[in-house]
Design a protein around this ligand. Structure first.
Ligand code: GUN
Length: 349
């Protein structure tokens, strides 16, 4: 290890003590921030350069120790834009363009916005897109027939039926009528079942987005305490399975969890997907944690997540904003899944 601090007995002693006590921990930014108060106590007035010489860990950790700076904001929009651009270059060189069918039933304003975005992303990436705007009163049979036609259409590699569907239609039945290799949402029972094996084929886009965002921070998932708040089939459960596959120790919390704070406080990685504004407050978050906010809630025309962003960012190591975090990444993952579906179609034919 490189070290240029003085060689006085006092310095040697400090160096020895620090290396012995903290070096294995400081290489890891979770621990780095968790041990902040201890480090500051021991270092006292030590100079920053002295510590950086002893510990070759990343600059963010150093800045965190010395300035106790607020969390780094994970820019999902920027990361997603890069992914879409990379996909665009790949698709440009493909003879057979990926094809995505977007099916929207009724006039749910939020669903319309989501489908508009997905259509825009498709155009941007060079994905061939067919959009079906169907009447609110369409029969379940007619919708199943459309999905069946799309399943058979060789130009279409991915089929997405926007949820929720009107009450008279069985959402589960329609979702599961999509062929697994065209299930770019990853919502069918077959796709979700694959998450329990090591053979994930098309994983739910939001869950993939969450994992991608965590990994974008440089944080290791293996061995960490990951807490997922929310147990939906399309976010909470798949995210938990994917974190488990990456060797995190995973806890799933939900509406009946007793003492939510006790669990969230232990999280090195905290994923929140409930749909309750400001559910997670500053006092519920471990110092230095990676916080991923999947919630999208509209309050007085403004979009907010499930995490009290302004206050939690003071303690977290990394945090996603809403909007601009998980949302754009989910859309990018949908485009990636559509590209994957082209490969799957080739393998099946
Ligand atoms: N409704 C809200 N989010 C989604 C999504 O990711 N896919 C579909 N199909 N419907 C949704």
């Amino acid at each position: 290890m490189r070290c240029s601090i003085g060689n006085s007995k006092k310095h040697k002693n400090i160096k020895f003590k620090l290396i012995k006590k903290f070096n294995p921990l400081l290489r890891n930014q979770f621990y780095c921030s968790a041990k902040l108060s201890k480090i500051q106590r021991i270092f006292g007035n030590a100079r920053k350069s002295m510590i950086s010489d002893i510990f070759p860990f990343n600059q963010f950790c150093l800045a965190y120790i010395f300035n106790k700076m607020p969390a780094k904001i994970i820019d999902g929009k920027k990361i997603a834009e890069k992914i879409i651009n990379d996909l665009k270059s790949k698709i440009k060189n493909m003879k057979e363009k990926p094809g995505l069918a977007l099916v929207l039933v009724g006039n749910n304003p939020a669903s319309e916005v989501y489908v508009n975005f997905k259509e825009k992303d498709s155009k941007e990436a060079g994905v061939y897109c067919e959009r079906y705007n169907l009447d609110e009163n369409i029969s379940e049979m007619d919708l199943l027939n459309l999905v069946n036609n799309l399943n058979q259409n060789p130009k279409i590699h991915g089929v997405l039926v926007q949820l929720p569907l009107p009450k008279h239609i069985d959402e589960n039945l329609v979702t599961n009528s999509i062929l697994p290799h065209k299930d770019v949402d990853g919502f069918t029972a077959v796709s979700l079942g694959h998450l329990f094996s090591d053979k994930t084929i098309l994983a739910p886009a939001t869950a993939r987005a969450v994992i991608h965002l965590i990994e974008s921070t440089g944080a290791k998932i293996e061995g960490k305490n990951a807490v997922v708040v929310g147990r939906s089939n399309i976010v909470g459960k798949p995210v938990a399975m994917m974190l488990l596959e990456k060797n995190a120790t995973v806890t799933i919390c939900h509406s009946r969890t007793k003492n939510l704070e006790e669990n969230t406080k232990k999280a090195d990685i905290l994923v929140v997907a409930v749909g309750k504004p400001n559910l997670i407050t500053k006092d519920m978050v471990k110092e230095g944690a990676v916080v991923i906010d999947v919630g999208i809630n509209r309050i007085g025309g403004k979009l907010v997540g499930d995490v009290d962003f302004n206050n939690v960012k003071e303690v977290a190591g990394f945090i996603t904003p809403v909007p601009g975090g998980v949302g754009p990444m989910t859309r990018a993952m949908l485009m990636e899944n559509t590209l994957k579906a082209v490969e799957l179609a080739k393998r099946i034919s």
